[in-house]
Design a protein around this ligand. Structure first.
Ligand SMILES: Nc1ncnc2c1ncn2[C@@H]1O[C@H](COP(=O)(O)OP(=O)(O)OP(=O)(O)O)[C@@H](O)[C@H]1O
Length: 571
């Protein structure tokens, strides 16, 4: 039970909250008794001194009750917020250790919902349990006991009325609870659609899809509205139903008490306090039923959060550091890989020597990105082995393995912060000189120099305030600042014009690095020492441009298609 782990540091706050709530409930139980005394010993005999004195007593009881309630509220907030924060931190940590495969399966929107909405639901439940779980049963049982103390015969009415109220609340709740949980599900969908729409707003407008998206949104919210109305109508039955039961109970109390007052075995004040206790039972049952609804919702949220926490990464690191003596830099040895949705690479074998520039080419979906994602162990091979410096990559510590690699992903992503801060991601102590060197190599210096604040220019989250091409160049610079032994460019120059792309490749060729260039453009890798041609996840050719032109049909087709498109040999 994860919840116990998070509650443990707040054990005393939770217990204190419980105790203060019980004090408040106890004082609340005393008030109808005090009112009865005022009626019998003050109002009935015109004793104003007694009434004044008891008014102070009631004021005192209410004030202490109110103060206890505030203290309880304080401890409940402290505990619920503390539990939520600890849980959120652990979830964040767990998600950061996730394998890519797990991220793919659970999905980012769902993880965001779990770490925000679901934790909020759990926090609310923790606060409610502290504040109301003790109070309501205490008041229900206390009111029953008090009524028996006042007059056991009249109190038998409570024994009939209380279960009837409980049954009607249960009946309505058991029908509405599944509806509300379905409504919650629809609301989740509404938030998913909203998130998708907001993040893709430009694409939606570019494709004139506003009306369709509006309809999709409206149909979901209409469904939510309709279900909400049905559930609301059913809930609305509850109030009059329970009020009728309570009113019958009150009539029965008045009827029987009338005889008893006439017979002198009961006072008017006692009748009033019995009616008050009857109302208190009703209110407490309402509150308790609502706490149960909140607990129900929270238990579903808790399960979703516990799933996140219990998911352990399959990819674990080894213990080795990089050897200084080796022959081959990277070796793919009969590597196959499958996503949960299907096979992506089959029996891939090739070798990369230190200092070589390797091109990876192939059609869309041929497995290029998958192939290079296996090197830093974003995913682990399903079969075969990859070795770096003649050691299996599984035997390296993550830090050592990933320190050797500078990867520029297809999707150029920058983070909120200055250009300097972004550049220092891979090398926290990089000097401005080293950063400028990387900017120069990546063909970014020119546009950074034009920015009035240079390296101090603030990059918005995701790099929204720079163009696609500039973003790509900056991500290349970020990888270069790290001075990796292996630089992997995954279609990283797709947004660059041909001239800049050529300059970039020329600059990279001056570096003492092993470079892997993934591209669909022949011009981007035709000068590589070796080119690997992929088709449907299999290597269908390997060699230099000239060799492949003579031996590999797929490569020839790619070259021909690009020559027809006028993209080849633009240098
Ligand atoms: N995260 C993923 N989950 C499931 N399947 C995936 C995932 N990523 C890729 N695939 C599938 O694996 C195959 C290879 O995809 P990959 O992205 O490696 O191709 P690619 O050659 O890099 O394509 P592109 O040139 O379009 O980037 C494709 O069929 C693709 O649908």
């Amino acid at each position: 039970m994860y919840i116990m782990k998070y509650l443990k540091p707040y054990k005393w706050q939770a217990i204190s909250g419980f105790i203060f709530k019980l004090i408040e409930a106890f004082l609340e139980l005393c008030i109808p008794m005090a009112v009865a005394l005022i009626i019998d010993n003050g109002v009935a005999v015109h004793n104003t001194n007694y009434i004044t004195k008891m008014a102070f007593v009631i004021f005192g009881l209410s004030t202490v009750g109110y103060a206890s309630s505030l203290v309880c509220q304080y401890f409940a907030s402290l505990t619920s917020q503390g539990v939520g924060t600890l849980m959120r931190k652990d979830m964040y940590r767990a998600i950061n250790r996730y394998d890519y495969q797990d991220l793919d399966i659970i999905g980012t929107p769902s993880l965001i919902t779990r770490i925000t909405n679901d934790i909020n639901q759990i926090q609310l439940a923790v606060a409610m349990v502290i504040r109301l779980c003790s109070r309501s049963p205490f008041l229900i049982i206390g009111s029953l006991i008090m009524s028996f103390v006042i007059n056991w015969q009249v109190a038998l009415i409570f024994v009939i009325v209380a279960p009837l109220i409980a049954f009607s609340i249960y009946f309505v709740m058991s029908h509405t609870a599944p509806m509300y949980s379905h409504i919650q599900h629809i609301l989740d969908n509404v938030s998913l659609i909203t998130r998708e729409n907001l993040s893709g707003v430009r694409v939606i407008r570019a494709f004139n899809q506003q009306d369709n998206e509006q309809k999709r949104f409206e149909s979901t919210t209409t469904k939510q509205k309709e279900e909400q109305i049905i559930a609301g109508n059913l809930s609305a039955v509850l109030n009059p139903a329970t009020t009728i039961i309570v009113n019958f109970g009150i009539i029965a109390i008045l009827y029987i008490s009338g005889f008893k007052i006439n017979a002198g075995s009961m006072t008017q004040g006692e009748v009033i306090s019995l009616i008050n206790y009857m109302n208190q039972i009703l209110l407490s049952m309402y509150v308790f039923a609502n706490v149960i609804v909140i607990l129900n919702k929270a238990s579903a949220s808790y399960k979703r959060c516990a799933d996140v926490l219990s998911q352990k990464p399959d990819i674990v690191q080894g213990i080795n550091e990089a050897p200084s003596d080796y022959q081959n830099l990277i070796t793919y040895d009969h590597v196959s890989f499958s996503y949960y949705s299907g096979n992506a690479l089959t029996d891939v074998s090739f070798n990369i020597l230190p200092g070589q520039t390797i091109g990876i080419i192939g059609g869309t979906g041929s497995g290029k990105t998958t192939l290079i994602n296996l090197i830093p162990r974003f995913y682990d091979v399903t079969e075969g082995e990859i070795r770096i410096k003649d050691l299996p990559i599984k035997s390296y510590k993550f830090k050592d393995l990933r320190n050797m690699i500078g990867i520029v992903p297809q999707q150029a992503t920058l983070f909120g912060g200055t250009i300097r801060e972004n550049m220092q991601w891979g090398h926290p102590h990089a000097t401005d000189e080293e950063i400028y060197e990387a900017l120069e190599l990546s063909q970014s210096k020119e546009f950074v120099d034009k920015m009035t604040e240079g390296l101090d220019t603030y990059i918005e989250q995701g790099g929204k305030n720079v163009s696609g091409g500039q973003r790509q160049r900056l991500t290349i610079a970020r990888a270069l600042v790290k001075k990796p032994e292996i630089l992997i460019l995954d279609d990283s120059a797709s947004a660059l014009d041909f001239a800049t792309d050529a300059k970039l490749r020329k600059a990279l060729s001056t570096l003492n690095m092993t470079v892997i260039i993934v591209s669909q453009r022949v011009s981007a890798l035709m000068h590589a020492d070796s080119i690997v041609v992929l088709s449907h996840g299999e290597v269908v050719g390997q060699g230099t441009h000239d060799m492949l032109m003579n031996t590999c049909d797929v490569y020839q087709e790619i070259v021909m298609s690009q020559m027809e498109g006028g993209q080849s040999n633009e240098e």
